[in-house]
Design a protein around this ligand. Structure first.
Ligand SMILES: Nc1ncnc2c1ncn2[C@@H]1O[C@H](COP(=O)(O)OP(=O)(O)OP(=O)(O)O)[C@@H](O)[C@H]1O
Length: 579
């Protein structure tokens, strides 16, 4: 409860007023049946019109107060619950933004979306319902019991039998409901993840003509969710008629027993009407309570899932960084005997004993077969993952000692999977530096060989990009991503296979521009083609997570067998293509 106090405190007024105002309804609902019985007993029986009008007037006044209280209670309970969930959602989103790559690997995106939307909505519903019924249901129950007791003790015996039976039924329903709701939320998760994947990759699905397969897959998860929901709803569906049955049987018993009392002259007619209303109120309040508990049991499942996100330990923080104010100034990178694995505790390391130094301004080429660990290696520099053994140093400082913000500000990275965002080209480029002048934006776009095609677009830099950059070609997208990273003016630039869709002549021009624009920046270029790294100051050859060769193109051609293999195989392919 303590952790949720921060979501209640700013709206404490609404949280208090909502149940308090609801008390006006409770007061009215308790008073009105008694007043009706008085009208019947004292007004109707004696044909006393004045008494009827006087009592009627009071009843109208109470009804007006009830309506005003009801409106106020609804307003404040809505306000409190909406504000509560908005703040909670903000915190969950903030937490997800802090997640490390490892944390993100642990949750599916679909599951995070469900937690941020559906789960928080469930919590909001239960907060609102609780505020409306917090005093109302117990108030009606206690008030009804007192009034019924005061009016006729003999009839109360019926309630003493019904209430324990009803409570037992409610408990059984709740025990059955909780695991079903939990299972239902998991199925919603699965559906969201599937929908997300299918929609993000709709182009791939279409190009492989896999629509039918995807539809079947979707139908299976959709059916699964339907069955899960029906299974959970069965409980809700059963609970309502059970309550109604209990209510009707009890009313019938009261009318029968009370009728006998009236015939025997032991009870006035008006009292029976009021008593029946109180019985309905008492049972109704139990029903409302059971509904709250039912909703709450669903919200508990959601709350647990939201808490899972909030409680996730961020495994990569700068809390213990000793040089928080340090900035990356020259871009020297040093790997000292670095080993790393994604899944901790496995025998095999993804990177093994990596040792090298990149001097400021140098260009380092990284080459190796797929899965050899190239991406993993460069991800250690901006601390997307932490080394398990050894140290990565930037400008002589361990990357773990920088504040993450300062370290990443100094490192520009173009990932293998390039993503642009909806918005104009200029807005996307300004991600690198929102305060850059237009001249700088154009200069960097020129260096990345993007200016030419951008100015050919009708709207130039104002061209709207589809989500993920869907309306530009793969090579154009890569060049825009490079321009975006260049605008950061980083001291270290990492290009992870980011010119793979660019033709060789354009790629050579980009490299050439780097010599002037990024003269002092340390550049890491991961590539599949030797031509892309041939002119680098130093080339690192990776094989199965190990450095098997390091040096200039000429040195490696002479001494490194793995490099020679790649070189000659690519040359042969080029020759064959030429022939
Ligand atoms: N997030 C991850 N979780 C678990 N294992 C991973 C993850 N990313 C990569 N791996 C594994 O780590 C190894 C090295 O992957 P890495 O992406 O560094 O290779 P790479 O040389 O960059 O490959 P490519 O040239 O195909 O991009 C691979 O065996 C891969 O399966």
């Amino acid at each position: 409860m303590k952790r949720y106090w921060k979501y209640i405190r700013p709206y404490l007024g609404a949280f208090i007023l909502a149940p308090l105002l609801m008390l006006t309804e409770v007061f009215g609902e308790i008073m009105l049946p008694r007043m009706t019985s008085l009208i019947i007993n004292n007004g109707v029986a004696t044909k006393d019109v004045e008494y009827i009008l006087g009592m009627g007037g009071k009843m109208v006044a109470i009804a007006v107060v009830m309506a005003a209280g009801g409106i106020g209670a609804s307003y404040f309970s809505s306000k409190a619950s909406i504000c509560f969930s908005t703040d909670l959602r903000k915190d969950v989103f903030h937490k997800v933004q802090q997640f490390s790559f490892k944390n993100i690997d642990d949750f599916s995106t679909g599951s995070l979306v469900t937690r941020l939307t559906n789960d928080i909505q469930q919590i909001q519903n239960v907060v609102m319902m609780s505020l409306r019924l917090l005093f109302r249901a117990p108030g009606l129950l206690i008030g009804g019991l007192i009034m019924a007791y005061l009016m006729n003790r003999q009839l109360m015996v019926i309630l003493l039998v019904v209430i324990p039976l009803l409570i037992l039924a409610i408990v059984i329903i709740l025990i059955a409901a909780f695991p079903r709701f939990e299972a239902m939320q998991k199925k919603i998760d699965r559906l969201n993840s599937g929908v997300q994947e299918a929609l993000t990759n709709v182009r791939v699905i279409k190009s492989f003509v896999r629509e039918d397969f995807e539809e079947k897959k979707f139908q299976a998860t959709n059916r699964d969710l339907k069955e899960g929901s029906l299974d959970a709803m069965k409980i809700v569906v059963v609970s309502m008629p059970v309550m109604m049955l209990a209510m009707n049987v009890t009313t019938l018993a009261v009318v029968w027993y009370g009728g006998n009392l009236i015939i025997a002259g032991k009870m006035p007619v008006g009292d029976l009407t009021a008593f029946t209303t109180y019985i309905v109120q008492i049972l109704m309040s139990l029903m409302l309570l059971s509904m709250v508990f039912l909703q709450a049991s669903r919200a508990m499942a959601s709350l647990r899932r939201v808490r899972e996100v909030l409680d996730t330990e961020i495994d990569l923080t700068d809390d213990h960084a000793s040089e928080k104010s340090a900035q990356v100034t020259s871009g020297k990178v040093e790997f000292r005997n670095v080993s790393f694995q994604y899944v901790k505790g496995m025998d095999e390391m993804v990177l093994k004993h990596i040792d090298f130094t990149a001097e400021p301004g140098e260009t380092i080429g990284i080459i190796g077969s797929t899965g050899s660990g190239k991406t993993s290696l460069v991800q250690m520099i901006p601390r997307l993952y932490d080394a398990d053994e050894g140290q990565v140093l930037v400008d002589g400082i361990d990357v773990r000692d920088y504040s993450i913000r300062n370290l990443r500000e100094g490192v520009g990275m173009v990932l293998q999977k390039n993503v642009l965002f909806s918005g104009t080209i200029e807005e996307n480029l300004r991600w690198g530096d929102e305060n850059a002048t237009m001249e700088e934006v154009i200069l960097m776009a020129e260096s990345a060989q993007a200016d030419g095609f951008v100015t050919n677009f009708k709207d130039g830099y104002d061209t709207d990009l589809g989500q993920g950059g869907s309306n530009v070609s793969g090579g154009q997208k890569q060049r825009l991503c490079i321009a975006r990273a260049l605008l950061k003016k980083p001291k270290i630039l990492i290009l992870d296979d980011s010119t793979s869709a660019v033709d060789t002549a354009t790629e050579a021009r980009i490299r050439q521009c780097f010599q002037t624009t990024l003269k002092d920046t340390t550049k890491f270029i991961i590539a599949q083609r030797i031509g892309s790294v041939e002119s680098a100051d130093k080339i690192i050859v990776l094989d199965d997570g190990q450095i098997v060769g390091m040096g200039s193109h000429e040195e490696l051609l002479e001494s490194c067998e793995a490099y020679q293999e790649i070189y000659y195989s690519q040359r042969d392919v080029d020759k064959e293509a030429g022939a």
